[in-house]
Design a protein around this ligand. Structure first.
Ligand code: ADE
Length: 243
């Protein structure tokens, strides 16, 4: 069974591509796909691109063209839940699109045609990812984030880099009022979840918190992505594949 490892940015999966055996690159749909073996599994590493449409297209290509039968996403996110801080790891149990709004035709946040606002990740794969992340967190992942914590729950995606305290407070409050307790925001996961749901392909996702989606988010994000993001991916995804 071929497993895809997907990230939005090259920095988020750097070490993983380097560790692949018998790696061959293929270009398709304007994207690079890296095929090979990693810890005894057939894998395809790819960059989703940024945003929901790019991520959905990449997911469809991975499934249709490269025959992947499971997808793991690894990347960074902005923490908006209480106590979700830079350096923490969030494992998604569900995804939703925070910018979906077809009201008043459909309820706010509901995905037209799906009858729901959230999509669940695959339970068994997610449990494995939690185990892998828990060991990494216990081992103190990286010296600069020794007090990192692990969270599991809802991640919200939207075509928006959330970069002000006001915007993240508003998002959290509005979603909370509808009983959506969002831990983190990013720009791809819900699109991958929806494409995987359509194709019946199991999906799990890990996001490391690079910023608090506040007024310094753009600076914190850039520093984190440049300095530590790929170490998390390498440690946790490698452990996930070895289990
Ligand atoms: N990914 C990482 N940080 C983010 C933020 N603040 N908003 C959206 N996506 C992100």
């Amino acid at each position: 069974m071929t497993i895809a490892i997907l990230s939005a940015l090259a920095e988020e999966q750097h070490g993983l591509v380097d560790a692949m055996e018998g790696m061959q690159g293929q270009r398709h749909a304007g994207r690079d796909f890296w095929l090979g073996r990693l810890h005894g599994h057939e894998v395809v590493c790819a960059l989703s691109g940024i945003g929901k449409v790019a991520a959905a297209t990449t997911t469809a290509a991975l499934i249709e063209r490269f025959g992947v039968r499971a997808i793991v996403f690894t990347g960074v996110a902005g923490g908006i839940g209480q106590g979700v801080n830079v350096g923490d790891v969030v494992i998604a149990r569900q995804f939703m699109q925070h910018d979906m709004d077809a009201s008043p035709i459909f309820p706010r946040w509901e995905m037209p045609g799906y009858g729901c606002s959230t999509l669940a990740c695959d339970g068994a794969m997610t449990d494995r990812l939690v185990q892998a992340a828990a060991s990494a967190v216990q081992a103190g992942i990286v010296a600069s984030h020794a007090s990192a914590r692990l969270h599991e729950g809802l991640i919200a995606s939207g075509d928006q880099f959330v970069s002000s305290r006001q915007a993240s407070d508003r998002l959290r409050t509005e979603l909370q009022a509808a009983s959506h307790h969002v831990l983190a925001v990013e720009m791809e996961g819900a699109a991958v979840a929806q494409a995987c749901f359509d194709y019946g392909v199991p999906f799990a996702a890990m996001r490391t918190i690079s910023d608090r989606a506040d007024d310094s988010a753009h600076v914190d994000f850039s520093t984190f992505v440049r300095t530590v993001a790929s170490r998390y991916a390498q440690l946790v995804v490698s452990d996930f594949l070895r289990q």
